[in-house]
Design a protein around this ligand. Structure first.
Ligand SMILES: C[S@@+](CC[C@H](N)C(=O)[O-])C[C@H]1O[C@@H](n2cnc3c(N)ncnc32)[C@H](O)[C@@H]1O
Length: 308
């Protein structure tokens, strides 16, 4: 991460799992699962920016009857280690130890084997050099960190003919908090936060994209692919009976802190106003009063466009 990180990113990613599970678009999930069932086994999957392994666990759950070989890459070695630890209790055979990047981990399943290899590195650089290798590429909550078109060019290169790519939880330009503090300030916070995303260099020297979700819908055809399924996957985090689900209060504190850090670096909102905004939002979380919305899209694409 390029912004200062005062909370634990690892804990944030783990806390995000219940929010993502609620948000994922079921039609796009179904289309992805159907497409995976039609792939010759073992299906070769690749994940960009796997974090602590949330999608590895999800795909494991979705593919009980399909033999899978899964390569999960993240640029942050501490997260790769966390992902390896998270999956440890399901493991029946392993090559290397906890940081163990270069041998697959085999997960015990009744009907079809699932092998996953966790690696540290730049996933897009890897894909650019992996021509025609994968049946499916997955990237969850990733594309807003980079230039969507360049990322898709690398993805398209790496796919076998008729290969698919699944992009769940792709941020798309709306961040909202309730109750309002001051509508002018709330609007400025949202605008300056998104502007900071759009102007800060992140993955591979590219700036981020606060409208990555909608750009994906045009970048798939522009890179020779076809949009197979697309739909909303908004995050809606709200208290119920005076508390947040699972570790979602932590998730919210991390989001507010990330926005405050971005605003601090941006400099357009003065320090006092910014700190007061963040303090109020953290207090609203403590009081189980804050509701947070983020607009996102889930998209499934296939390359080339002519493939069935
Ligand atoms: C917002 S997190 C999402 C993590 C995970 N997909 C999830 O949804 O829980 C984005 C992840 O992308 C990783 N990342 C950023 N640039 C990368 C790159 N060039 N190659 C691989 N991973 C990258 C970050 O380290 C981070 O773990």
């Amino acid at each position: 991460m390029t912004e200062p990180d005062r909370y634990s990113f690892r804990r944030y990613l783990d806390a995000k799992r219940s929010v993502d599970r609620r948000a994922r678009n079921q039609r796009v999930v179904d289309a992805f699962r159907r497409a995976l069932e039609r792939v010759d086994e073992p299906a070769e999957l690749f994940e960009i920016g796997a974090g602590t392994g949330a999608m590895v666990d999800t795909v494991l759950e979705w593919t009980g009857d399909t033999e899978i070989r899964y390569t999960a890459i993240d640029v942050d070695s501490a997260l790769v280690e966390a992902a390896t630890d998270n999956i440890a209790d399901r493991v029946t055979g392993r090559g290397h130890g906890p940081t163990g990047s270069d041998e697959p981990v085999r997960v015990d399943r009744d009907r079809a084997t699932f092998e996953v290899e966790f690696r540290t590195g730049d996933a897009l650089a890897h894909l650019s050099g992996a021509e025609g290798t994968y049946d499916a590429v997955v990237a969850q909550a990733f594309l807003d960190l980079t230039d969507v078109r360049s990322a898709l060019e690398a993805v398209a290169t790496s796919l076998r003919p008729g290969g698919i790519a699944y992009f769940p939880i792709t941020f798309d330009g709306v961040t909202a908090f309730l109750p309002p503090i001051d509508s002018d300030l709330d609007d400025r916070v949202e605008r300056r936060f998104h502007r900071r995303m759009d102007t800060t260099e992140k993955v591979g020297g590219e700036t981020g994209d606060s409208e990555a979700g909608r750009h994906l819908l045009t970048a798939i055809p522009a890179t020779g692919g076809r949009v197979v399924a697309a739909g909303g996957s908004d995050w809606v985090v709200r208290p119920s009976d005076g508390e947040y689900e699972a570790d979602e209060a932590y998730f919210l504190h991390h989001i507010v802190d990330t926005i405050e850090s971005a605003l601090e670096a941006d400099g357009a909102i003065d320090d006092e106003q910014r700190r007061a905004w963040a303090t109020t939002r953290h207090e609203q979380i403590e009081a189980a009063d804050l509701v947070y919305l983020a607009h996102q899209l889930d998209v499934l694409g296939r390359w080339p466009a002519s493939a069935e």
